[in-house]
Design a protein around this ligand. Sequence first.
Ligand code: URA
Length: 408
Amino acid sequence: MIVDIINKKRLGQELSYHELDVFFNGYLDGKVKDYQMSSLLMAICIQGMTDEEIFSLTKIFIDSGDTLDLSFLSGVTVDKHSTGGIGDKTTLIITPIVASLGVPVLKMSGRGLGYTGGTIDKLESIPGFRIDLSDEEVMHQVEDIGIVITGQTASLAPMDKKIYALRDVTGTVSSIPLIASSIMSKKIAAGADKILIDIKVGNGALLQTREDAEKLSDLMIKIGKFYQKEVRTIISDMNVPLGFCIGNSLEVVEAIKVLQGQEQDNNLTRLCLDLASEMICMSKGVSKQEAIDMVLDTIHSGRAYQKFLELVRAQNGKIDLLSTSKKVKTIKAFRSGVIESISAIDLGKLSVALGAGRMTMEDTIDYGVGLELLKQVGDSVQKGDDLLKIYYKKMPNLPDFEQIFLIK
Ligand code: URA
């Protein structure tokens, strides 16, 4: 009985593979109702799951759809995933970097929801960019130019998609076992040999503490072992936005500057160097220092940026037509001092209010709006200096910037 399974989890007892299978596949078939699934998900949030249960759930998610076979690609494939952050445009930067070094990239990305952006929305801000490639086009492109970034096909872990939509509206997103099985099922189904996960921690992330990020990391590595796939994780800060820009076309412009080697040392360039070099280590078995040297060389030689342009052209994007809103308001520093912090979550909320993100999957977004930080944490400012540019179409109510920029 469905209700017996809910009660068992409510009491903190372990569910068998069979019980989870009946419940979750019953939900996919419509026999288990939303209210029953919500109840089980909440019991899981409160009671947690054993490793066995997590492996079972991951398998049930994977088996609900197709698994890609990438064995036709030469070289060790490494997939990368971020648990989501504000201003996180790392995929746009590191995938052409590693592809330009001969690591094949077949990346399936998602749209943004809530305060965190999605790679697909950012790419769609490039006029004409196609994210709806057929399976044949995907396979053809990755063989041809070594890189493709496309929307996640409906056939990969479809059960996760349905469950995630329910978690989003039932306060059950932040369960670590559910996050682990949700992400890992999609990554394993996507077929790469190895997986690198960027786990964000901070006020603009799903997880708020380093302890929780480490728990998620351990679980993902264990799930990888279960599937004989090497999984590495990097835990990175999401209290402060990543880089200078938040908003779709603004982030593409910033990604291009990093790929052209125009950006100085900052939290975005450091994270990209770390992630890209880790992917190179995993794929080519070289040392971290060798991988860092290779990444810096491919940027400075222009090859990484050329690979980005190749990707955009192959998917019909017209990079010359990329545009940002012409209406711009500048926020000035309200006192002199040193910037101690810049709240990621508050700038994420402002970017959604501007129209750069969506609160429900049905919302439409405005690609040209967003925010550009003109200063970073650690910078000294004088009262009246420019702090932030707001690119807008229709100006929303503005927050109290003294709460967002901590200047001491
Ligand atoms: N991203 C996912 O794909 N799944 C989760 O559960 C959380 C973040």
